[in-house]
Design a protein around this ligand. Structure first.
Ligand SMILES: Nc1ncnc2c1ncn2[C@@H]1O[C@H](COP(=O)(O)OP(=O)(O)OP(=O)(O)O)[C@@H](O)[C@H]1O
Length: 305
């Protein structure tokens, strides 16, 4: 089977900024693929080059087996691109907006309305786009990208700015879209989102792909520690360090930020015993490594979305 996307050595410079610096990736048909990284990592530029919206300075790209640049009209009905919600036409309702987008592809009003229902916007069909909530506007922009039933869908930070409940609702929708057999490529700066949704992710920073793989594999590959935290103020940091070390636990990091006392260690047993003995278990949380730790290990710095 042909890969949905194959890109090799993409580069793009804006003046002094090397926004994309030799990105290669392959997205398999049916995959849920994430391009992950902090602000300015080069995700959007990479996505736009893959979509055929932006010309790369260098690199080879095949989208559904075809070259996306210069603009390839054969590809347009086969791909869906989610645009930023702020790009809606002024004063149109949600229903008018999706019908307009659908008409560009010769898709009728009935199918357009069905897509609106599909994303849960039936009750807001008559609301003008500027009056929609953030979550509703994102749903509408995804519905517009899907109106012509594309086999490959690109989403650029679809959940940015949404509250946790709206994000989770959107995750369910994106999972359904993918479960129907569509290939989904999404950029996000939310590590938890990538971990929950994506089959594979490319972790980007400074225009380069640092690592690609299934989130669970990337996490397993790092030399992970367990992070244990309790409420701050139960045990002084210095005392805690002495007690943990005395109990035989090697401490990779220990921090009290005034809210939480957090300890990273390969040996959680002795740390937990000490906390129990000291009656310092209030607010206890224990968690294994996450993609955040992968980023930290790859870049040597904390992840800042
Ligand atoms: N049209 C442009 N002209 C000049 N510089 C740009 C342009 N678009 C992006 N850049 C710069 O290129 C770098 C990569 O930007 P890009 O938007 O691709 O990153 P990103 O990972 O999508 O970031 P964000 O999450 O903030 O959208 C940044 O330093 C950005 O300031």
């Amino acid at each position: 089977m042909t890969a949905a996307i194959s890109a090799d050595g993409i580069r793009k410079r804006y003046g002094d900024v090397q926004a994309v610096d030799g990105v290669s990736l392959t997205v398999e048909t049916g995959e849920f693929y994430g391009i992950l990284g902090p602000n300015g990592a080069g995700k959007t530029t990479t996505l736009e080059i893959l979509e055929g919206i932006r010309e790369p300075d260098e690199g080879r790209i095949e989208l559904l087996g075809l070259k996306p640049w210069p603009r390839n009209s054969e590809l347009l009905p086969r791909i869906g691109v989610q645009f930023q919600a702020s790009a809606f036409f002024n004063r149109l309702t949600a229903r008018e907006t999706i019908r307009t987008f659908a008409s560009f592809y010769g898709v009728g009003a009935r199918s357009a309305d069905a897509m609106l229902e599909r994303v849960g916007l039936n009750d807001s069909a008559g609301v003008r786009t500027e009056k929609l909530s953030g979550g509703q506007a994102q749903r509408l922009s995804i519905a517009c990208a899907l109106a012509h039933d594309p086999e490959l869908v690109f989403l650029d930070e679809p959940t940015t700015g949404l509250d946790p409940q709206a994000r989770r609702n959107l995750w369910d929708l994106l999972r359904d879209i993918n479960a129907e057999g569509r290939t989904v490529v999404l950029t996000t700066h939310y590590l938890d989102e990538a971990e929950v949704l994506c089959d594979r992710v490319s972790v980007m920073d400074h225009g380069k792909v640092l690592r690609t793989g299934a989130p669970a594999t990337l996490i397993r590959e790092i030399d992970d520690t367990v992070r244990i935290s309790v409420e701050s103020g139960l045990l002084a940091a210095d005392t805690a360090r002495e007690l943990f070390t005395g109990a035989g636990a090697e401490i990779a990091a220990l921090e009290d930020d005034g809210v939480l006392l957090s300890v990273s260690t390969h040996l959680p047993g002795p740390v937990l015993s000490v906390l129990a003995e000291q009656n310092a278990l209030r607010g206890l949380e224990v968690r294994g490594a996450t993609l955040e730790d992968v980023f930290l290990q790859l870049t040597g710095r904390e992840y800042r979305a």
